[in-house]
Design a protein around this ligand. Structure first.
Ligand SMILES: [Mn+2]
Length: 387
């Protein structure tokens, strides 16, 4: 039995307010293109099963265009490969909190050969393949008392598909995902375990895999910058997995930070220029971050902003992450001579005052994450005021 496993499609994801000639957000078009590539390549493989392990859509209420496109793609796939059964579960991004809201994924079960499990745990059996697939969508794992995660003794081949964060992943935050404790899932009991949620390719065991997202759609895309995007092909008889890397994902480049301490504006201009001009193949159409550390506001103001604007126009997105020099002062001093910045306020709150509900928490990592969000909000604000 041969299967293809993909996850975290995040169809309908949008970013950066740039549109293509048809008026579609460029990143949304990128994600749709990556999905087409997954299906085109799966059509060549002609597996018995295509497993989609959650987060088909980026949001609970995707746009009509995103829904229509996904419907067309799944229909096209089924017509091209009528012997492949398609199994879809819901993830945290496409599961409404209230069951009565209804899940848009149900629509896809209108397509013959497409099976959707969006709320309760469900075991799907395919007698002609001798295969049972236990499907655990996000909502089924967010309950107090969980359904036992056990294989079907009647089936020749047992597959488990779940959208959750496996305990062994070292994540800063699970962003509201269910967490699967290691002892609940025993890879030796299953022929294959198809996981979704984590956006990087990760082989937790030879038969327990996160294929990763098909495009860079995480909150922190920089952590995905140099990691491949793709899907997994698995043969249950041989127990062999193969990662297929996609060609389409857009280039995301996180450049080495520039240390701006003690640099005059012209020197900093030079450093920015050599960093951006040094990008192999140029920056056109790419998503780029350049961090500038230790740059006071007055120096930043003096930079060649016309030149920076030209770089911004060439790239799909240029994130100049400018950080002022760190000010060292005691936390309790009440900061005489000036109010604390928002960054300092946030760090101090997370460090000293916030009481987390989870006992296992990496506070430094949380502060780093908080500051990153703040930076992103500031960046978004700067972009808004620019246009
Ligand atoms: Mn996801």
């Amino acid at each position: 039995m041969k299967l293809v496993h993909t996850a975290d499609l995040h169809l309908g994801y949008r970013a950066y307010h740039r549109t293509d000639a048809r008026g579609i957000n460029i990143r949304e078009a990128d994600v749709a293109g990556a999905f087409r590539e997954v299906l085109d390549r799966t059509l060549e493989i002609k597996p018995d099963l295509l497993l989609v392990a959650g987060d088909v859509f980026h949001t609970v209420r995707p746009s009509n265009a995103a829904i229509a496109d996904a419907f067309r793609q799944f229909s096209r796939f089924r017509q091209g490969s009528p012997d492949t059964q398609v199994l879809i579960i819901a993830g945290n991004h496409d599961s409404p909190r209230a069951a009565e809201t209804g899940n848009i994924l149900r629509l896809f079960s209108e397509i013959p050969g497409v099976h959707v499990v969006h709320h309760e745990p469900r075991r799907l059996t395919f007698p002609q393949l001798g295969t049972s697939v236990l499907c655990l969508p996000h909502n089924s794992l967010m309950v107090e008392t969980r359904h036992a995660i056990e294989p079907d003794s009647e089936a020749e081949t047992n597959i488990l598909m779940a959208h959750a964060a496996h305990e062994r992943l070292k994540l800063i935050s699970h962003y509201g995902a269910a967490v699967l404790p290691s002892d609940e899932i025993k890879p030796e009991q299953w022929d294959y375990i198809a996981l979704g949620h984590y956006h990087l390719y990760e082989k937790l065991a030879p038969n327990m895999i996160y294929p990763g997202a098909i495009e860079r759609t995480s909150l922190d895309i920089w952590s995905e910058a140099d990691k491949p995007k793709g899907f997994v092909e698995f043969e249950t008889k041989k127990g062999r997995a193969r990662f297929h890397e996609l060609d389409t994902p857009r280039m995301v480049i996180d450049l080495e930070p520039v240390l701006g301490h003690e640099l005059a504006p012209e020197q900093l201009d030079g450093a920015i220029e050599s960093a951006l001009d040094g990008v192999v193949g140029g920056i056109d159409g790419k998503i780029i971050r350049l961090r500038l550390f230790g740059v006071p506001r007055e120096v930043y103001r003096e930079l060649d902003h016309r030149k920076i604007r030209d770089y911004r126009t060439a790239a799909l997105h240029l994130h100049l992450d400018v950080r002022p020099p760190e000010v060292r002062r005691s936390e309790s001093s009440g900061a005489p001579g000036g109010r604390r910045s928002l960054r300092e306020e946030l760090s101090a709150f997370l460090k000293h005052h916030w009481k987390p509900e989870a006992d296992k928490l990496d506070r430094e990592a949380l502060i780093e994450l908080g500051l990153r969000y703040l930076q992103r909000a500031e960046e978004a604000e700067a972009l808004e005021s620019r246009d």
